[in-house]
Design a protein around this ligand. Structure first.
Ligand code: BES
Ligand code: MN
Ligand code: MN
Length: 455
């Protein structure tokens, strides 16, 4: 048999096994699901063992375990470290799902389930590609797996694990499928990810909720104040007003921007897909530039006062918001968090108190395109799709990628097979059956080219 026919003849099982993973609600953000997160780790470990991995262990951390496994065939061959995550985002609001989030369902050739694309579907392609290479005697490089369960909550324990296990994790490249490509007929490879600063703010006015008639107009309303403070964080050009925010932003050269401008992209389809009549962002930049090479600031949630049924006349004591800032090279997450905190405290009017609490963060990355790993990924994608992949900049964040560079001194290739329209983190997340199998097909090709180019 060949790699191709092995995949063909095991199609149904490859889907069924992914479904087994998707049925486990491994939501890392919600402690109610901690048993399921651990169960998922165990299931991934069992699948790795069944596929032929050795030294499979659940590495305990201060949080959820990291699944490690490897297959070292010849120490003179290059080593590929596969990283992925088995945890998923919360599925809420569940009532917006057309089918239950943890009962994977195929509709229109797409697998619907939380984690179908991010990242169980994409991570599991590597397990099945590995199985295929093992059975077909086609494993051309050594392989190590490191699959974590805390990516969606900031990978707080993975940095320490990497620092303490440098030899064990030593590799020539880190291969990750946790990003998207432009379209099923437009293969692309992300060469950049944004960094992240995430803060929670609390604005406090009077010590208790007050009658909004008796006191309204005379006492600062924390929700009104918070809205004004947030509104002032961007000017009329959607430029962020925090002093120093742009100081370290790497201005991308006109040549690189021109190259980005050639990326196939339809603004009309983009708007249609999102059901919006126009886009909005920093003036002077295109939509792809706004998500790819420019930083931004967004409120992710805001609450306070009365939100129950009917009307309650209340002047609230407190207002809250969760705010994320996506960062680009060479901004530094901790510095941006500090700048935000100082600025936000400084714009608080008399009559309220402000508290800023930082959450997780991460550094932006740009990966090289003239490297052997990138060339191997591009060649593999070309074999599968018949087209040279386009280098793109992803707007999302995988904070651990910068840490891999720092702690393991190893470069990453982001060979993702999702689509931006897969609704990751949203209701009705899905992943194309096409994409799942194209990924499984492409990964052995990566190993082949990576071994060849390293000769
Ligand atoms: N896989 C995503 C990141 C991603 C998606 C990058 C699509 C590029 C394209 C990852 O699981 C994710 O959601 N990361 C979080 C950051 C984390 C610290 C919570 C994000 O980007 O919000
Ligand atoms: Mn992910
Ligand atoms: Mn995610």
């Amino acid at each position: 048999m060949s790699v191709q026919s092995y995949i063909e003849s095991n199609r149904e099982r490859f889907l069924e096994e992914l479904f087994d993973l998707l049925r486990i609600p491994s939501i890392s953000a919600d402690s109610q699901y901690s048993g399921d997160v651990r169960k998922c780790a165990k299931t991934v470990a069992d699948f790795l063992t069944a596929a032929g991995a050795e030294n499979v262990v659940l590495e305990e951390t201060a949080g959820y375990p990291i699944v490690y496994g490897d297959k070292i065939i010849d120490s003179s061959l290059p080593t590929v470290l596969v990283y992925g995550h088995y945890d998923v985002q919360p599925s809420v609001p569940d009532e917006l799902w057309n089918t239950p989030p943890f009962e994977p369902t195929i509709k229109d050739e797409k697998i619907y389930a939380r984690g179908a694309c991010d990242d169980k579907g994409q991570m599991f392609m590597h397990v099945k590609a590995f199985e295929t290479m093992m059975r077909e005697n086609e494993l051309k490089c050594n392989i190590k797996f490191m699959i974590e369960g805390e990516e969606e909550v900031g990978s707080n324990n993975l940095g320490t694990y990497c620092k303490n296990n440098k030899d064990k994790l030593a590799a020539d490249v880190i291969l990750i499928s946790d990003t998207s490509m432009l379209a099923n007929d437009l293969p692309s490879i992300d060469i950049g990810l944004r960094g992240l600063s995430y803060v929670e703010v609390e604005v406090t006015g009077p010590k208790i909720d007050l009658h909004s008639g008796v006191y309204g107009g005379a006492v600062a309303n924390p929700i009104n104040v918070l809205c004004e403070m947030i509104a002032s964080l961007k000017d009329e050009n959607n430029h962020i007003t925090i002093p120093g925010f742009y100081d370290k932003v790497l201005e991308v050269s006109q040549a690189d921007r021109d190259a980005m401008g050639k990326t196939p992209f339809s603004l009309n389809e983009y708007k249609k897909h999102l059901d919006i009549d126009d886009v909005m962002g920093e003036s002077g930049f295109s939509t792809l530039e706004r998500t790819g090479i420019r930083p931004t600031l967004d409120v992710n949630g805001i609450w306070g006062g009365y939100t129950g049924e009917g009307a309650k006349t209340v002047l609230p004591s407190k207002a809250y918001a969760k705010i994320s800032m996506r960062l680009v090279p060479n901004q530094i997450s901790d510095e941006i968090t500090d700048l935000f905190t100082k600025h936000f405290e400084s714009i608080a009017p008399n009559g309220v108190r402000v508290k800023v609490t930082p959450h997780h963060g991460g550094e932006p990355v740009v990966t090289p395109t003239d490297s052997i790993p990138f060339k191997a990924a591009a060649a593999a994608m070309k074999d599968t799709f018949g087209k040279e992949p386009i280098p793109t900049r992803g707007g999302g964040s995988i904070p651990i990628v910068a840490l891999f560079e720092k702690e393991l001194e190893t470069k990453t290739v982001l060979m993702g097979f999702g689509l931006d329209s897969d609704a990751i983190h949203s209701p009705n997340e899905h992943y194309g059956v096409f994409n799942y199998f194209k990924g499984i097909e492409t990964i052995p090709r990566f190993f082949h080219h990576f071994a060849e180019l390293n000769k």
